[in-house]
Write a protein that binds this ligand. Structure first.
Ligand SMILES: O=C(O)CCC(=O)C(=O)O
Length: 298
């Protein structure tokens, strides 16, 4: 695992209204992040498939803030979604936007290029398979049940965590990010394309944390919940096979540790809002998700 320090020199993007700010706070190595900020003893149970999601699972989702499914996508769909994603990176990005962790001038071949991709934004319209996954009628029907409203795709993003040091995504709530700051909860659907395991940066969640509502986020290693405000002792890891998926509430505290293994960890992520939801006003956003009104320190 990389011994690179993360903290004061890192830059985060994606803050409310796209502002970019310098990070501050404690400087931690990947090993320290993986061992101090995450736990690995408890793992989430998996429903065999989406067809097994009924009223009881809806209650569980509402109580725990998440439900995980072993097989949302078939092996063939996973292969063709992965190929589609790689084509957007290597051949033609079309409408998608690709975010690299290094300047393009430092990427000399396809392997270096792929391993430097952190995110692919807005890929859904660019490929038929990816469009089909996002608007699958069975998926939309379950989301309608969860939202109690007509689901609208609010965001689509693929997240790639390369082997040997793919970075942590610190603990956060998705609705603390401007594009998802709606007045009613959004639902995240995170789908593993590679096996997402304990050693390559699978999702981790704090069950029931969505019940706390919005909490302040701080610019530390990213736009995140203060490390000391995360109830890490309640951490449940969500390892998934390729094609497995995590459905989670937009206020759920979640994060992913660094990838210290020699395996890729690529995932698709969709967020759906109810069609009657509205974006929160900037003053409301500040009150809920920042320390601007309270001055609380991290
Ligand atoms: O896939 C990851 O590493 C983190 C995904 C996530 O939590 C997010 O983008 O909100």
């Amino acid at each position: 695992m990389s011994t690179k320090k993360h903290g004061s020199s890192d830059i985060a993007e994606g803050l409310y209204e796209g502002k970019t700010v310098a990070m501050r706070g404690a400087v931690l190595t990947d090993e320290e992040i993986a061992s101090q900020l995450y736990r690995y003893e408890h793992t989430a149970p998996l429903l065999p498939s989406l067809a097994d999601f009924h009223d009881e699972q809806l209650k569980l989702y509402k109580r725990q803030g998440y439900v995980a499914v072993e097989r949302l996508l078939s092996g063939e769909t996973v292969r063709s979604a992965t190929e589609a994603l790689m084509n957007l990176i290597f051949e033609d990005a079309k409408e998608a936007r690709i975010q690299y962790t290094k300047p393009k001038s430092e990427l000399h071949n396809k392997e270096e290029q792929e391993l430097a991709v952190r995110k692919v934004h807005d890929y859904v319209p660019s490929d038929e398979t990816l469009t089909r996954i996002a608007y699958d009628p069975e998926l939309i029907a379950k989301l309608r049940l969860i939202l109690g409203d007509e689901p609208v795709l609010a965001q689509n993003m693929a997240l790639l965590k390369p082997p040997h040091g793919g970075g942590e995504k610190p603990w956060h709530q998705d609705m603390a990010y401007g594009p998802l700051a709606y007045d009613k909860p959004v639902v995240g659907v995170w789908i593993a394309l590679d096996e997402a395991a304990l050693d390559n940066g699978c999702m981790h969640v704090i069950p029931r944390s969505h019940m706390d509502g919005g909490v302040p986020h701080y610019a530390v290693r990213d736009w995140q919940i203060c490390d000391t405000n995360v109830r890490v002792e309640h951490d449940v890891a969500v390892p998934l096979p390729p094609g497995g998926a995590l459905f989670f509430h937009g206020m759920l505290h979640h994060g992913t540790p660094p990838n210290g293994s020699d395996k890729r960890r690529r995932a698709l992520q969709f967020h759906y809002a109810g069609q009657s939801s509205r974006k929160v006003r900037p003053d409301e956003y500040k009150r809920i998700y920042t320390n601007e009104m309270t001055d609380a320190e991290c």
